[in-house]
Ligand binder design. Sequence first.
Ligand code: AMP
Length: 414
Amino acid sequence: MNPHPFEKFQLSKSILRAVIAEGYHEPTPVQHAAIPEVLAGRDIMATAQTGTGKTAAFALPMLERLHVKAPGNSEGAGPIRALVLTPTRELALQVEESLRVYGRHLSLRSAVVLGGVSMDSQVKALRRNPDILVATPGRLLDLMQQGRVRLDKVEILVLDEADRMLDMGFIQDVRRIVSKVPARRQTLFFSATMSTEIVALAGDMLNNPARIETTRPASVSRSIDQKVLFVDHANKRSLLAEILKGKDVRRVLVFTRTKHRADRLSRHLSDSGVSADAIHSNKSQGARQRALAAFDCGKVMVLVATDLMARGIDVEGISHVINYELPNDPESYVHRIGRTARAGAVGTALSFCDASEIVMLQGIEKLTCSPLVADEDHGFHSATIASLHSPRAGAAAKPPQWRSFGPRRNARFR
Ligand code: AMP
């Protein structure tokens, strides 16, 4: 029998069993590059987006190292040995869930602390002496200030989605936390993008790291069929309704730029008989979890979200991502559409573009280095808006050159 591709990493049997049970057949590129380096004890600085398998890329070798290297004091009553910092509560919960899954045949314990929920259960979880703590920065700092968490025995520190922590204004919190972690440690630094600020932050925290760059910072999975739909602002709701009737449209994530509009759109959809909910940072943690769970199990067909939520949504089988409003920041486009076509599946990303959004569309095309193909085969196409975007504005008889990239499809909204 052929060896399982994960066997080459020489992970413990208990970890390998969990990986095989998850149905992973091949390591993803980031796992391929990161796992041996982490097992060898090196710091890493990895450019990797969600959806690339980056959680397992740090979680598997981290579990291995903690498992193999017995704790300094009596088993099960030790200090925190690994700390994973994440920008959002959703990501913290997902990482902890992954640690439980990959570590289910090990005796290591993990706990999660995050804001927006009562501290009591988290304090209790900390008293049970977890080996691994997954945390969002604000709540962790609160607990540290109350003397409820000590980080002076941390051996491995993971910064997950460091760029998002920077975007969300957590960087001072992160620096304060890291200053309480021993300088002699292994640091695993993950970021979807590497701006100069991020590189500077990494430079302060890492020691001779292995650089891992498995995807271009703004690369988009080839399995995502991307289209732009030129539409007047006033027709966006009708266009969305038309799309939602498509037979291949099963589970849909819709993005707006503001929380208010996410709420309004989700209410409108519900009123029109479409099962929908909204998720954004004004909602309580419980409400967010309920919305995600309902979306995950198919009770809710459409989830309307804002950008801050984009990275935290790891739901399989999202058939369509719809950018009801284009994001101001082109990188958010990449994160948004990365919610579909997860782990090798295929997906569709449709971007509505009204006249005021042409400049955002251009920013996206510049970042991804690829023009978006227009879908004009819908009832609300605006030729006027399309012509604003065309490199040959006004030459209506001739289609813009980039339209010749890729075949036009007749069927709508695949
Ligand atoms: P992540 O990038 O860590 O958010 O992972 C995205 C998804 O890919 C998760 O649902 C993982 O369970 C899945 N995944 C991770 N590694 C693999 C792999 N080697 N093969 C197949 N799926 C994977």
